[in-house]
Design a protein around this ligand. Sequence first.
Ligand code: 6XA
Ligand code: ZN
Length: 350
Amino acid sequence: MKIFRNALYRRHDARLEMYRGRLVPCHETPARLDHVLAELARRPVGMLLEPLQQLDLGAALAAIHAPRYLDFLAGAWDEWVALDPANAQTDILPAVWPVRGFRADVLPESFAARIGLFSFDAGSPIMAGTWAAAREGAACARSAALAVAGGERAAFALTRPPGHHAGPDFFGGYCFLNNAALAAQTLREQGAARVAVLDVDYHHGNGTQTIFYGRDDVLTVSLHGDPRTEYPFFLGHADERGEGAGLGANLNLPLPRGTTVETWFEALEAGLAAVAAHRAEALVVALGVDTFEGDPISGFRLRADDYLRLGERLARAGLPVVLTMEGGYAVAEVGINVVNVLEGFEAAAG
Ligand code: 6XA
Ligand code: ZN
């Protein structure tokens, strides 16, 4: 398979995130991708490629994200440093949010207010290289989708920061640009009548769900830790089925903390059955490996070999597939688990 690798992934290397009441070192680190690349050097299951040059990326991103959000993200670091040159030593974190009853239609002048307007947590710092890294990752996701639209069986966007929590006009959960949504939208633009996004990360893909919630052309399916106890908490329940034209085109399969592999694969079957019922012509897999038993911030019990099986099962769905790299924080095992998915896929795809 073609693997579009984000060569700028190290530029996003933020220092501290708010976690359990303290500022702690970020879980989402460049080392995660170092390990995937190292494992790919040992097991070359695909061709490592740079993203394409001619992508019309700005217009493609504007199909899934609000222009004022994209403008804000692109300029946030420069604005922050312009406020006070000493800010260059500190990453940006929000501390105030417009909750229920507040107005989101008036764009505040205050930077502190706008960073809150465009975010939903204090765990996703923005630093000097965040935009460059996120944008290059989006280029990888779009390139992967274009490759698959052009006839490749499968392509992988190997990137960080991840994307599935980023919504039309908000970042959070370490995500800024929604790579899986961009891939799905690109597949639609390139002629697939119906597309499905299957999110197998431990956390609910709230951003992807929100982007496509009112649409019936993109089915969104997510298997994840029950939001009653797990991040992102405020979305991901089973009764969220889509709205308007999109009613019936969203499926959430929340599972309790501690879920073992048998139950998890049963949920995967239900998710894939929905993809088949949607008559999807292409599939986007938001691939997080934080379902791993050793993940420090998650609660499922998958083991390394289970990721081989996951890859095989995805291949047997028989659809052209774009995979995007999402979570996974057991850093030393992230490479093995991700490459196991790719190897399992290649073995079963033949
Ligand atoms: C809270 C935990 C964010 C989870 C991020 C993730 N800072 N999402 O892995 O898939
Ligand atoms: Zn996750």
